[in-house]
Design a protein around this ligand. Sequence first.
Ligand code: NAP
Ligand code: ZN
Ligand code: ZN
Length: 351
Amino acid sequence: MNVNKIKAYGTEAADAALEQLDINRREVTPKDVEIDILYCGVCHSDLHFARNDWGFSVYPVVPGHEIVGRVVTVGDKVKKHKPGDLVAVGCLVDSCRTCENCKNDLEQYCPAWVGTYGGHDKYLDSPTFGGYSERIVVDEHFVLQVPSNLDPAGVAPVLCAGITTWSPLRHWQVGKGSKVAVVGLGGLGHMAIKLADALGAEVTLFSRSPDKKKDATDLGADQVVISTDEGQMAGVQNSFDLIIDTVPYVHDINPYVSTLKTNGTLVLVGYLGPLDPMLHSVPMIMGRRKVAGSLIGGIAETQELLDFCGKHNITSDIEIINMQDINQAYERMLKSDVHYRFVIDMDSLKG
Ligand code: NAP
Ligand code: ZN
Ligand code: ZN
C-alpha cells in the first residue's frame, strides 16, 4: 500500500517528552477521507496513554482524538463527504460493523473497535496515530460533519469531552426537571455542565477547587459543592438523579453515592481501574442506587451531539496552544490548571 510521510508529535517511551516525529498515513482507499487537521483538543486520556498509565500503550504514541479539519481528498466510493467540508474525527476510526453493538450504533462497545491512536492499523500493520499530526486518513463512516456556525477550534473537544458526557446524559434520559451532578471541573466536567444545562437539567458541580466556583456558575451550574467540606456534602444527601464522575485518578466515590436519590445512578467516566476504598453496598442497597460506567459514544450519537451543539451554539471553553507547548500543557493538566480545554493549532506543526 502506498503511504505518505507526514509530521506528527508523539513519544517513543512512557518517561520521554513528546517531540516531533515522522509517521506514515495510507493513501486514500475507495471509502477513505483524507483530512487536513486544523485543530486537535488535548484530552487527559492523551496524557494517560503517552505515559502508559493504563499499562497497554504501544509506542510510538501519537495522541489526539478531538480532531477538526478540512477534507482534502476522498476515495471514489465516498458518499458522505467532499473536498472542502469541515469535518471531525473523535476517538474511533474503525470497528467490525457487523456485531450487535455496531448494528445498534454503539461502535464504542464493539469488541474490535479501533481507537484513533493506540489501536491496530490493519492497513499499515502498525499502531494507529492520532490527531497531533498534519493529516489523517479515515473511513468515511467515522468522519463527522461540523455545523458551519460553530468555531472550529472550540468544537474540537466536543469529539471526546463532549460525547463522553453526552452519552450518559442521553442514556439516563436527562431533561427538564432532572437533577444532575458533575464531579471535577476539567475538560469533561465543563462540557457536562454545559450540555446538562442545555438539556434543561438542574446542575450541581462537585469540585475540590473553591476558586472554580464562579467559572462553574458561568458555565451553567446552579450550585457548587466543595467535596472536601463535610458540611456541604451533608447538605446534598438524596439529591441527584445522575452523577457524572470525571475524576481521572483513584478517589473515594462512597461520599457521592449517598447524594443520589432513590434509583439514582453514579456513572464513572474518568478513572479506569479498581476502586479504593472499595464500594460500600449499604448506600446502594438502602436506595436502589447504581454505580455504572460509560465509554465515549457511537458515531450516530456523536453526530447528534454536534447537531445539538450547532443548534444551541455550544462549544468548549478553550486555550489555544502551539504543538511545541504540549509538554507544558500536560504539566498544567496534572495540576488541574486547565480552563477548560487546551486545543492545538495545527498550523504550528505545519510551520
Ligand atoms: P481534566 O481536564 O484534567 O479534568 C479532570 C478534573 O478532575 C480536574 O480538573 C479536577 O477538577 C478533578 N481532579 C483531578 N485530579 C483529581 C484527583 N486526584 N482527585 C479528585 N479530583 C481530581 O481531565 P479530562 O480530560 O476531563 O478527563 C477526565 C478523565 O476522563 C481522564 O481520566 C480521561 O482519561 C477520562 N476520559 C474517559 C473517557 C470515557 O470514554 N470514559 C473519555 C475521555 C476521557 P476539580 O479541580 O474541579 O476538582
Ligand atoms: Zn479523550
Ligand atoms: Zn462491531
